[in-house]
Design a protein around this ligand. Structure first.
Ligand code: PLP
Length: 282
């Protein structure tokens, strides 16, 4: 990473705590470090989980979110913000208020709604406040297909459905939308294809430009935290002045590497390093 220690860009993650380290703030912090940035963090919820599932959660209050974030941002200039699990309406509202009133960078929003084991991580009322208060402030929102369907209120069965949902999310005020197409591989019309030939296409809709990122679909049901990695990696790239398109490409490369390495547990995904990142600055 170029520059002196004092110039290391700071990335603020506001997310849930997963004690097993598979997802949430631990994954965010490790990813941000991999991309050469300095993580600072606020915890929205203490969840209880391991690789088998989520067994419960105790959520923070708006007051404790504010108390965690204010002393940090008053002292340290934050170059990028990323949000993960925002379980309640009062927390979403507080984050939006903090971003507006303290001139924080437009956030990368990972609209985490449920765990892969099916546990609801966000209340319905919080989803509504997210749509009205936080999405309009977003630099980028990164839903998977079920999250895009819930937020945009449309069915997504194929790539044109992804474009439609992305357009709707832009109309809600997000500056850019990245719809992660992994779940399309499990939908009916592609389910019968051999997994070796399956593609997972992500769609980026930024300002008036749409870019498709095609990649091989890797069947790795055991890997958790890929959404956390993706949004944290993008935020860390943006913090370094890298263009959004290139940030998404680098983040996808990082996540694909992590997925490939994770099932055999021989290599820790966070030992992956992004090199030559300094050449990619805007
Ligand atoms: N954040 C927390 C605290 C979680 O527990 C989970 C999933 O269980 C997630 C985020 C979402 O994880 P993923 O990156 O797999 O979407």
């Amino acid at each position: 990473m170029a520059g002196s220690k004092n110039h290391t860009p700071v990335v603020l993650t506001v997310a849930g705590f997963d004690p097993s380290g598979g997802a949430g703030i631990i994954t965010d912090v490790r990813t941000i470090l991999c991309f050469g940035c300095r993580p600072v963090a606020a915890i929205t919820s203490l969840t209880f989980q391991n690789t088998e599932g989520v067994f419960g959660a105790i959520h923070e209050s708006a007051q404790s979110i504010r108390a965690q974030i204010l002393p940090v941002i008053e002292e340290i200039p934050v170059a990028a913000v990323k949000t993960g699990m925002l379980p309640t309406a009062e927390i979403v509202l507080e984050i939006a208020r903090l971003i507006r009133n303290h001139d924080l960078p437009p956030p990368v929003i990972d609209p985490v709604m449920r765990s892969s084991s099916g546990y609801e991580l966000m209340e319905q009322e919080a989803i509504e406040v997210l749509c009205h208060e936080l999405i309009p402030l977003a630099r980028l929102i990164t839903p998977n297909i079920p999250e895009a369907e819930a937020l945009a209120g449309v069915r997504v069965e194929d790539e044109s459905g992804m474009r439609n949902a992305a357009q709707k999310l832009r109309e809600m005020g997000a500056r850019a939308v990245l719809i992660k197409g992994g779940h399309l591989s499990q939908k009916s019309e592609v389910r019968d294809q051999k997994s070796a030939g399956r593609q997972a296409t992500d769609l980026l809709h930024d300002e008036d430009e749409t870019t498709s990122f095609r990649g091989e679909w890797i069947d790795a049901p055991l890997v958790r935290g890929t959404g956390c990695m993706m949004s944290s990696a993008i935020a860390a790239c943006l913090a370094q002045g890298i263009a959004l398109n290139e940030s998404v490409r680098l983040a996808k490369e990082f996540v694909a590497g992590a997925i490939r390495q994770a099932p055999n547990f021989e290599a820790d995904p966070v030992t992956l390093k992004i090199t030559e990142i300094t050449n990619l600055r805007e």
